[in-house]
Ligand binder design. Structure first.
Ligand SMILES: Cc1ncc(COP(=O)(O)O)c(C=O)c1O
Length: 387
């Protein structure tokens, strides 16, 4: 028998909840069933062609196939600083306040190793992207959940934390625009978060992976708050903004000490992003704003097909102001997993049970707008029969 054992840290990670849904989905597909997939948040539309051309060209330059040192291509870091200032009005020092990442998830996964010691606490919303607790546990940290309540706009309140929580807390995870709830934060909330982090000596991180998928209202960023760079960093992703989940690319901006610590972890584990992908990233950031607006319009139309359709079917789901997710209360007495399993089994529609994002999500279901309007209309017709 093998003597290899999994680490105790891995043992802390919850079982992967989506496995069963994925198994049933694949069985259905193999049996020839017509499955509508509103499950995973992976854009169905192709990467913008300008980005693919830039990537193709960069790949033919032998220099791009060497180790990508310097913690990111200086020209790419300058392009990030220019793009961020143009969209958010905040200037960044490209060398100290910008760090390219192999996708946002990579940066989030490594950050707790950079800023937490075993036994330190991370404050994590519930529900949330499951990587936040996983990254904390992998670094030997502890998780203190803060429930996000619908009646509070799915924004965390810091008032319920005990002095002991606050003493041990080193990192606060925020994610606005939010997955899975679709909630947005305003400047007033970000100011509260920055003040709270400053008062308690906590690093606040906003995961802004959906920053550009906004239907109504202003685009806001944590770093727009005066003094936010003293205590905060923000993660941006090319995945959702440019339909680019495969050729992995993201960046962290903000507090130089936190970025330096994260870069030190990365120096030792990944040697940064493939240079050709960084050059393609420069091409992405040079795209005119209208191209991003067209993409958002596509999601807006899909959102309205789903929301209006479900309203007509008698399920009063909220209409999100951002992200490509609909987060709705389960309209029956079922728990989220039972409801989603039934939609899949009897309606061949894939959705994600809210409990996959934390216990507070158990009465909710998430539907992703990553398929066409026709397919969404088809999903609505099927769901209607099962309410
Ligand atoms: C909230 C959130 N953050 C980060 C990511 C991952 O982004 P990336 O592809 O840049 O790693 C996702 C992907 O679904 C997400 O939902």
């Amino acid at each position: 028998m093998s003597r290899i054992r999994r680490s105790e840290r891995l043992g802390k990670l919850p079982p992967y909840l989506f496995v069963e849904i994925d198994r049933v989905k694949n069985e259905l597909l193999e049996s020839g069933a017509d499955v509508v997939d509103l499950g995973i948040g992976d854009p169905d539309l192709p990467t913008f062609p300008e980005i693919v051309s830039a990537l193709r060209e960069a790949c033919t330059d032998p220099a791009t196939h060497r180790y990508p040192l310097q913690r990111g291509d200086p020209s790419f870091k300058r392009a990030i600083a220019r793009w961020y200032e143009a969209r958010y009005g905040v200037s960044l020092d490209p060398e100290r306040e910008v760090l390219p990442l192999i996708g946002t998830k990579e940066g989030i996964g490594h950050l707790p190793l950079a800023v937490m010691n075993p036994g330190d606490v991370a404050l994590i919303p519930d529900p949330a992207f499951p990587i936040y607790p996983a990254a904390t546990w992998l670094a030997g940290g502890e998780v203190r959940l803060i429930e996000l309540k619908e009646q509070e706009g799915f924004l965390p309140s810091f008032t319920g934390l005990t002095p002991r929580d606050l003493d041990r807390a080193k990192l606060l995870f925020l994610n606005y625009p939010n997955n899975p709830t679709g909630a947005v934060a305003d400047i007033a909330f970000f100011k509260t978060a920055v003040d709270f982090a400053r008062e308690h000596g906590i690093l606040v991180l906003n995961d802004a992976a959906y920053s550009e998928v906004i239907y109504e209202g202003p685009r806001v960023s944590l770093l727009q708050i005066d003094g936010a760079k003293d205590v905060g960093i923000e993660f941006h992703s090319f995945s959702k903004t440019f339909n680019k989940t495969g050729s992995r690319l993201g960046f962290a901006i903000g507090n130089p000490e936190a970025l330096e610590a994260l870069a030190t972890v990365k120096d030792n584990v990944d040697s940064c992003v493939f240079t050709a992908i960084q050059r393609a990233g420069e091409a992405a950031l040079a795209l005119p704003d209208e191209r991003l607006e067209e993409l958002v319009d596509t999601y807006r139309r899909r959102r309205d097909v789903l929301v209006d359709g479900l309203h007509k079917a008698g399920w009063n789901v909220p209409r999100p102001r951002a992200t490509f997710y609909i987060w709705a209360r389960v309209p029956t007495a079922e728990r989220s997993q039972e409801f989603c399993a039934r939609l899949l089994r009897d309606g061949h529609v894939v959705t994600t049970p809210g409990v996959g994002f934390g216990a507070a999500g158990d009465r909710y279901v998430r539907m992703a707008l990553t398929t066409t309007e026709d397919r969404i209309a088809e999903a609505v017709a099927r769901i209607k029969r099962m309410l």
